[in-house]
Design a protein around this ligand. Structure first.
Ligand SMILES: [Cu+2]
Length: 122
């Protein structure tokens, strides 16, 4: 019985053009991907994210303790992250590469090492 049911599902997906059409419609309606990044002394979490060139995303920045900075000069992003609220940054990378995000708002003794890696792939 179980095998019969699995076979029926596989058959209904594989033939025809139904599946690609569904994918296209889903993409058209899609909101930008939201990537949440938390800042706290003295790190960003996650410490590394990967974006796709040309894909619009929203970086949702929050702080768990005090005000931090979020500076990513090549992508013209320079903002403060204030505790108690989310700071949304819309970004659509136009060039692939590896970038370093640094905290540019002095936050204490470990401030100089507070950074994260942002990779943009083709
Ligand atoms: Cu800092």
């Amino acid at each position: 019985m179980l095998f019969g049911a699995v076979g029926a599902i596989a058959l209904s997906i594989s033939p025809g053009t139904k599946a690609p059409e569904l994918v296209r419609r889903a993409n058209a309606a899609a909101e930008p991907r939201v990537i949440e990044i938390q800042a706290k002394k003295f790190q960003f979490s996650p410490s590394e994210i990967t974006l796709k060139k040309g894909e619009p995303v929203i970086l949702r920045l929050t702080s768990e303790d005090r005000t931090h900075g979020f500076l990513l000069k090549p992508l013209k992003i320079d903002t403060d992250i204030t505790p108690g609220k989310a700071t949304d940054i819309a970004v659509t990378p136009t060039a692939s590469g590896q970038y370093l995000v640094i905290c540019d708002h002095y936050c204490g003794t470990g401030h100089g090492n507070m950074h994260m890696k942002l990779t943009v792939v083709e």
